[in-house]
Write a protein that binds this ligand. Structure first.
Ligand SMILES: NCc1[nH]cc(CCC(=O)O)c1CC(=O)O
Length: 320
């Protein structure tokens, strides 16, 4: 005789933006496919980052702006896991929570999206003074360094809002993550994929990070089916690099990683806001030392002056 025990419903927290929902429904569907006897519900929440749209992101800093309400849900046991774009998940999580899973990464590169009047152009061939929309200090610093003929202007809002501003001629072009456009089925809007020699991507860009209560074995065993080991090891190295450098505010830090068998290579850079100075280096290590690799590269960049650049930015942006 079998006793039927009905396992509790698994509650998944998500932001409400279209991209967040696409990502969360994908996770829900995958979990449902692997565990047809379990029930998976989605609970949407609005985060601070969704509400504050009139202040430049760089000025707000990055203390869980897009994650805190979702984290409160898990700590208060109203939800069991939260789906994030990994790049929005701070490298230090609140006590009681952990990064439970990193999913298979899609293209981590940034993409140039042009206003229709510039069709066929790229970053190098855009006219002098063309206005590029980006709210990321990382994109700003690297693109200024390589393309001093361009001008840059902050752009906020979700992906659809930013595209609407571009199309209404507020900008000549904007920079977005290729991953977000792909997931929203708008890869056709990509005019140029920006190669790593020009701009290193954000830590964790293109992967989803699933957060859960620390040591929640039941949820962790479900999440195992979504884990991609290559993406995880690359992202762990990237996150350790950022954690070791970060002074508590959003700073121009970019990375690139690749795996060659078990050998993991990490390239990282720190740039000044004016794009005048850019410190960049590369290190490799066995993949099972991913986090140590990230830390070691951070120390290497500090030896080359990254600390001074970061201190200047902290002073400039006015937060610690
Ligand atoms: N901070 C916004 C954000 N967070 C994640 C993505 C895109 C998806 C990803 O990088 O995984 C975006 C939009 C963008 O940068 O264009």
């Amino acid at each position: 005789m079998t006793v039927s025990t009905s396992a509790p419903t698994v509650r998944i927290g998500s932001r409400k933006s279209q991209l967040a929902l696409v990502q969360t429904y994908w996770v829900q569907e995958e979990l449902q496919k692997h565990f047809p006897d379990r029930q998976f519900d989605v609970e949407t929440m609005e985060t601070q980052g969704d509400k504050i749209l009139d202040v430049a992101l760089a000025k707000i800093g990055d203390k869980g702006l897009f994650t805190q309400e979702l984290e409160d849900g898990m700590l208060g046991r109203r939800t069991d896991l939260a789906v994030h774009s990994l790049k929005d998940l701070p490298t230090n999580l609140p006590a009681g929570l952990m990064l439970g899973c990193v999913t298979k990464r899609v293209n981590p590169a940034d993409a140039l999206v042009l206003n229709a009047k510039h069709q066929g152009k790229d970053l190098a061939s855009l006219p002098e003074g063309a206005v590029i929309g980006t709210s990321s200090l990382r994109r700003l610093a690297q693109l200024r360094y390589h393309f001093p003929h361009l001008t840059f202007k902050d752009v906020r809002g979700n992906v659809n809002t930013r595209l609407a501003k571009l199309d209404s001629n507020e900008y000549d072009a904007i920079i977005l993550a290729a991953a977000g456009l792909e997931r929203l089925d708008m890869a056709n809007r990509i005019d140029q994929l920006i190669p790593p020699e020009i701009s290193l991507h954000a830590v964790g860009q293109g992967a989803l990070g699933i957060e859960c209560r620390d040591g929640d074995q039941e949820i962790l065993s479900l999440l195992k089916v979504l884990e991609d080991e290559d993406s995880r090891d690359r992202c762990l190295a990237e996150r350790a690099f950022l954690r070791q450098l970060e002074g508590g505010c959003q700073v121009p830090i970019g990375v690139n990683t690749h795996l060659d068998g078990d050998n993991l290579t990490l390239t990282g850079m720190v740039a000044s806001l004016d794009g005048q100075r850019l410190i960049k280096d590369t290190l490799s290590a066995p993949r099972n030392e991913a986090e140590k690799l990230g830390q070691d590269l951070a120390f290497k960049l500090r030896e080359q002056g990254a600390g001074e650049i970061l201190a200047e930015i902290l002073a400039e942006v006015g937060r610690g």
